[in-house]
Design a protein around this ligand. Sequence first.
Ligand SMILES: *Cc1c(COP(=O)(O)O)cnc(C)c1O
Length: 419
Amino acid sequence: MSHVWHPFTQHALEPAIPEIVLTEGAYLHKADGSRILDAISSWWVVTHGHRHPRIMKAIETTASSLDQIIFAGFTHEPAERLANALVGLAPAGLDWVFYSDSGSTSVEVALKMALGYFRNIGAPRSRTVVMEQSYHGDTIGTMSVGARGVFNAAYEPLLFEVDTIPFPAAGREQETLDRFEAVSRDRRTAALIVEPLVLGAGGMLMYPPWVLTELKKIAETSGTLLIADEVMTGWGRTGTMFACEQASISPDILCTSKGLTGGVIPLAATLATDAIFQAHYSTDRKKTFFHSSSYTANPMACAAALANVEIWRDEPVAERVAALSAMQAAALQRFRDNPYLADCRATGTIVALDLRTGSAGYLAEIGPKLRAFFLERGLLVRPLGNVLYLLPPYCITREELCGVYDAIEEAGERFGSKP
Ligand SMILES: *Cc1c(COP(=O)(O)O)cnc(C)c1O
């Protein structure tokens, strides 16, 4: 009998949970010898493919000299070199790197930095503006800035109040911009936090770069900080290293995690501008940035991330991302006329569509049925309710991807209903 309580798992309804004994490239290998194509990069973390040799090697090498080191008052080479590399890769102006260990903590850190900034400069602001349908993590703070719903209904009494702007749906972008202008006008808003270009857990909703450019302009006008949560969108997911590049903006704070180590080992970083660092730089110890987690800047994790950066530098990763993005864009043409599939959309390496069914939303009955349907075909596809999406590792081949597209069409015929 297993004593493991799994995440986002209703154990009363879940069939036997398969055990994975080996991961390799785009595949998870089961104990029974069969393998599953990981079409969602193991919950969006794996970028190049599972167990890239260079990343595994970097962990091994580092493990021969370093384990965890207290990071308050001490430093080490992997953390120093990685911080340098990240500042070089991130949008201009993000000069300081604060390490933590998950996407959620990188967002918590970002929110604390924003409030700390305004308090330390003597002009306190405490409101946060968030985009409806966003997801920023599962801690109390990150749930507070994320969409309210079935995931956090039980914890609602603990969540702090935020101001919301609508998702910039096609043709209604101006409403989002107008709303942000209105809520930030009184200069009480510390920060706007957004998932740039793609809202992941909210249903793979996509909006164009120009909206982000405009949001940044409005933020500047009202002195509001812009936090870009690039936890999912970073490291090539949307076609560029960071999604913000497509909007030609530099946020004030940028959160990165999932693909930071190529998806191999937990690590996160919150990057901030010099202005935010300087607001905490003082002989007054009350202005210290009071945040830490035990495993901050774990040396093996930093070495894995450095290896990831080197892979981007030395291997044709950008070409792989471009090729995958082109395949996903081509799939749109294929799906567009399918009567069972609606609202086909793609940004970079991500493709998403809504299966036309009687029910929608995360708890739609169809979700688990679809997941089982794909798993029977050796495919890991984990729909968000009736939203099907593919977010594959960059090593996936055209043939493998076409196999998944075929299965999506089959699923449409099996489970879909015509409009
Ligand atoms: C996954 C995700 C997070 C949370 O990251 P964890 O590592 O799961 O804590 C935060 N923001 C976005 C946009 C994400 O996709």
